[in-house]
Design a protein. Structure first.
Length: 77
């Protein structure tokens, strides 16, 4: 994960790849995504048994912040 000051800085970065613009995510959205149970409760003894529930919550948060396009879909092996 790289943090940038602005989208302009991202686009000027030598490692920027055209076509990945959908992956540009504001910090407040990242905080929301990483503040969910999937990450916060990883050390709980029942995390594995509840991981499917936490995963559904994370997917809902992805939708909430608008991360639903092709860039965010799992790639087939």
């Amino acid at each position: 994960m790289n943090l940038f000051r602005s989208e302009e800085h991202i686009r000027n970065w030598t490692g920027f790849v055209q076509g990945t613009e959908e992956g540009i995510t504001p910090l407040n959205d990242l905080v929301k995504l990483f503040s969910g149970s999937y990450f916060k409760k990883r050390m709980d003894p029942d995390w594995v048994s509840r991981s499917r529930e936490y995963g559904k919550e994370m997917v809902a948060t992805f939708r909430e912040v608008g991360k639903t396009g092709p860039f965010w879909q799992p790639k087939k092996p």
